[in-house]
Design a protein around this ligand. Structure first.
Ligand code: ATP
Ligand code: MG
Ligand code: MG
Ligand code: MG
Length: 439
């Protein structure tokens, strides 16, 4: 992409409404524009990162054997009357009445709708296990929308639902989700810790939240620091293997890690003192096992093969895809701007031309552009007639992992400058070698 043809409305002034760094940088880098409280337009740069996160979530869900689908944003009110949550969900639900006076709502979550789909089509245990998911906009009329996309009213969420014949099978689905979530967050360059949590309005017995440690997080968390040393890395996981998924679950949940809702000081005090940490965290996902809560009230039964009709065991599992942008920036930035992890960066390498219009500099930039593209990397070429300082400021703010700076003086000696955004280290080297380093 060439900046002269892009839409990157970088703000010169610090937006005053932003209380935390991720919100400020997303506005300053021209990634989002507020439409009204808690509702945002995603401008090209923000949208590009959002799509990358969405893709990672899709890949990891499908690797775990979960099936993608898409449910609508608007739901009929009757389904929620049937489950009983119409009353209990409260004012976070945005209710709408259509021209015929029918009650509708903008979905805050989809347990009712997916249970309705399931009961309409599945009648036998032979069709289980089944896990369906979608990534769709949700609406929750939060009392205090704030922190930009971190606590929006409209937000983008992956929500998945498992249907199983027995509790054991459903707990395997739970573990499968835990593993696939760990992998998802790692690919995004994040350390997200699974923590014992409280089930809230979804209801249920077993639940873990995934928290990214950050001072600006809204949850208070208590954990044993050894949990932060765990990595899945490129460990091959057979998601159908019950013992293997259970072992990973055990490994990650053995160290003490809880949110304030389930914190138990007596157990925490048994953790060696130097490993006992109290911190703040951002909730980027949650998994639930809730048994037959919805299948019983909504009549989602299957034939169990022994002549009985039994309610299926279910769970639901969510990832806050749009909130993750904020969480990633909270965990990866400096005073100049964002520092994207490689796995989610909107572009891989910036090219800064110090003397636009100089035949040699222009030609060198063009050939870098072609070479990077040839390696399947996406360059962002600042080809505008701008001062060098302004070009560097923009590149630092939008935080691409690499920058190649091209100017007539370096070219005379056959070199360009390669800079790593995370460390600020720069080296001079011939253009081909710069490309090889980035690739
Ligand atoms: P919170 O405690 O932050 O209000 P929640 O527990 O109500 O979140 P869940 O129902 O567990 O949210 O939804 C799954 C995920 O969706 C959450 O883990 C979070 O990452 C994301 N999410 C929830 N509410 C919002 C919101 N208002 N804006 C952005 N993302 C959200
Ligand atoms: Mg909430
Ligand atoms: Mg929560
Ligand atoms: Mg939650």
């Amino acid at each position: 992409m060439r900046l002269s043809r892009y839409f990157l409305p970088v703000l010169k002034e610090t937006p005053r409404e932003a209380q935390i760094v991720s919100h400020r940088y997303m506005l300053q880098a021209g990634m989002i524009k507020q439409a009204t409280a808690g509702i945002y337009s995603w401008l090209p740069l923000g949208f590009k990162v959002l799509r990358k996160l969405e893709n990672i979530v899709h890949e990891e869900q499908q690797r775990a054997g979960h099936l993608p689908m898409l449910m609508p944003t608007l739901q009929p009110g009757e389904l929620w009357e049937e489950s009983g949550r119409d009353n209990s969900y409260g004012p976070e639900m945005l209710r709408v009445v259509d021209r015929h006076g029918r009650k509708m709502l903008y979905g805050p979550t989809n347990e009712e709708m997916i249970t309705d789909i399931f009961r309409s089509h599945v009648t036998s245990y032979k069709e289980l296990p089944l896990t369906l998911y979608h990534i769709q906009w949700k609406f929750r009329d939060e009392v205090r929308p704030r922190f930009g996309v971190m606590r929006g009213r409209e937000f983008f969420m992956k929500d998945g639902y498992n249907f199983d014949l027995t509790k054991e099978d459903a707990l395997h689905a739970y573990n499968r989700h835990l593993v696939s979530y760990l992998r998802t967050y790692e690919r995004m360059g994040l350390k997200a810790i699974p923590m014992r949590a409280d089930s809230g309005p979804i209801g249920g017995e077993d639940t873990h939240e995934f928290l990214v440690l950050a001072e600006t997080g809204e949850s208070e968390v208590f954990y044993d620091s050894i949990v932060t040393d765990l990595h899945l890395g490129d460990r091959e996981v057979d998601y159908d293997n019950v013992e293997e998924c259970q072992a990973i679950f055990d490994e990650w949940t053995a160290p003490y890690a809880r949110t304030d809702e389930t914190h138990d000081a007596a157990i925490f005090d048994a953790v060696p003192e130097d490993r006992r940490k109290v911190a703040r965290g951002i909730e980027v996902g949650q998994i639930f096992y809730f048994g037959t809560k919805y299948s019983e009230t909504m009549g989602a039964h299957v034939d169990d093969g022994k002549g009985n009709k039994v309610p299926v065991h279910m769970g639901s599992h969510g990832i806050g895809v749009s909130r993750l942008l904020g969480a990633i920036i909270e965990a990866n930035h400096d005073d100049k701007g964002i520092i994207w992890p490689e796995g989610v960066t909107p572009y891989h390498c910036g090219i800064v031309n110090l003397k636009q219009g100089d035949a040699e500099a222009d030609a060198a930039c063009e050939s870098l552009y072609t070479a990077l593209t040839g390696f399947d990397l996406e360059p962002l070429y600042d080809d505008r007639q701008e001062r060098a300082g302004a070009k560097f400021g923009t590149m630092d703010m939008i935080g691409l992992p690499w920058r190649i700076t091209v100017g007539p003086r370096g070219l005379k000696n056959g070199v360009v400058e390669l800079t790593r955004r995370r460390t600020g280290e720069s080296i001079e080297l011939p253009p081909e070698e710069a490309v090889a380093r980035v690739a």
